[in-house]
Design a protein around this ligand. Structure first.
Ligand code: ADP
Ligand code: TRP
Length: 335
């Protein structure tokens, strides 16, 4: 039986953080490594990152950083395609084609665009589109193209990306309605407990909010960051709700089921201060990330090897992409 396609992308916009790891990287790698029924495609979305990274040297180094991180965390390039978005020209051709069947109003409804407009309105800008470029506006279109080009069945992402996957379905629907059934409608996969990991200040962890804990932070700094996680002002002896605690949310992603159950009951029974819980989180993270960190340090020194992996991945991805684009071209009558 043909394997199902599992696809996800991540932007090289800075050091990957625990929100990225728990929300997307870990679930995607888990599906890729433990489910024979999937063929996995994972890519570095550099052309999405171009909206914010305006420095070639930075783009290059963030791309290597992301590649080294994924490999260090257990991505096995032998059993999947791991590649750069920019290495697949077909994705840009499909973007142009899909733009002809995508209502402008759909882009107007995108969360990121609406947030940018709301910010301008709040600032009292004359032009609500001030500072917003077309790359941000058509971001969901490029992403739909990423997804549809490879006939993706499942797209593992964090909660904030659900709308984009729904847009990809809508766009595929419009194309298929006009030209016949060519594009596959994808489903998103959001890991329930990891949908939105809070950051240091309690709001969603995100590079844009400056509240992140990088995955491979050096141990002294990691300890300091963990100690900065905001908590409520409950005293050590008071019972606490683990579900409301950022410390617990992160801890359970690194812990065994027993360790999680143990920390949960310590919260609920009272007697555990937040300082002590942070110490437990720090110890656990150091232990779990020690080996990946060592691998990361190796990979990041060897960019030639990273290029080799990404190039081989691009070859695999292109073999799927070129088939889809051929079918699409035929349907629209350009060859
Ligand atoms: P950032 O918000 O830091 O810029 P990205 O937008 O690059 O992160 O997100 C990359 C992937 O990681 C996406 O699939 C996204 O949904 C997921 N992700 C990012 N932050 C979180 C978070 N705090 N909790 C869960 N998933 C997250
Ligand atoms: N927009 C995604 C993010 O910000 C990255 C991305 C680009 C992506 N293309 C994709 C994710 C296709 C899944 C599928 O995280």
């Amino acid at each position: 039986m043909a394997k199902k396609i599992l696809l996800s992308g991540i932007k090289p916009t800075g050091s990957p953080h625990l929100g990225n790891y728990i929300g997307m990287i870990q679930p995607a790698l888990d599906l890729a490594n433990n489910h024979e029924e999937y063929l996995t495609l994972l890519f570095i979305a550099d052309y999405h990152a171009l909206n914010t990274i305006r420095d070639g040297a930075k783009m290059r180094s963030y791309t290597y950083d992301m590649a080294a991180t994924m490999l260090a965390l257990g991505l096995n390039p032998e059993n999947m395609a791991f590649f750069r978005q920019s290495d697949i020209p077909e994705v840009f051709e499909l973007t142009t084609i899909l733009s002809a069947v995508t209502p402008k109003g759909l882009m107007n409804r995108a969360h990121a665009y609406k947030a940018a407009i709301a910010k301008n309105t709040e600032k009292g800008e004359q032009d609500i589109d001030a500072g917003i470029n077309m790359g941000l506006y058509t971001y969901p279109l490029l992403m739909a193209s990423d997804i549809l080009l490879y006939n993706s069945d499942v797209v593992p992402v964090g909660k904030d990306q659900i709308q984009h996957v729904e847009f990809a379905r809508d766009i595929a629907g419009s194309f298929n309605y006009l030209f016949g059934n060519v594009l596959k409608l994808p489903e998103y996969f959001v890991k329930e407990t990891a949908a939105s990991i809070p950051g240091l200040d309690g709001q969603k962890m995100s590079k844009s909010y400056g509240n992140t804990i990088p995955i491979f932070e050096e141990s002294n700094k990691l300890r300091k960051l963990i100690m900065r996680i905001v908590t409520d002002s409950k005293l050590p002896e008071e019972p606490k709700n683990p579900e409301e605690s950022t410390i617990f949310h992160i801890y359970r992603e690194f812990a065994t089921a027993e360790q999680t159950a143990e920390l949960k009951s310590m919260y609920e029974n009272g007697g555990l201060g937040y300082g002590a819980a942070k110490e437990m989180l720090f110890e656990l993270m150091i232990k779990r990330l020690e080996e990946p960190k060592r691998k990361y340090d190796e990979y990041i020194k060897n960019t030639a090897e990273l290029d080799k992996v990404l190039n081989a991945g691009a070859d695999r991805a292109r073999s799927i992409a070129s088939k889809t684009i051929q079918k699409v071209r035929k349907k629209i009558g350009v060859n």
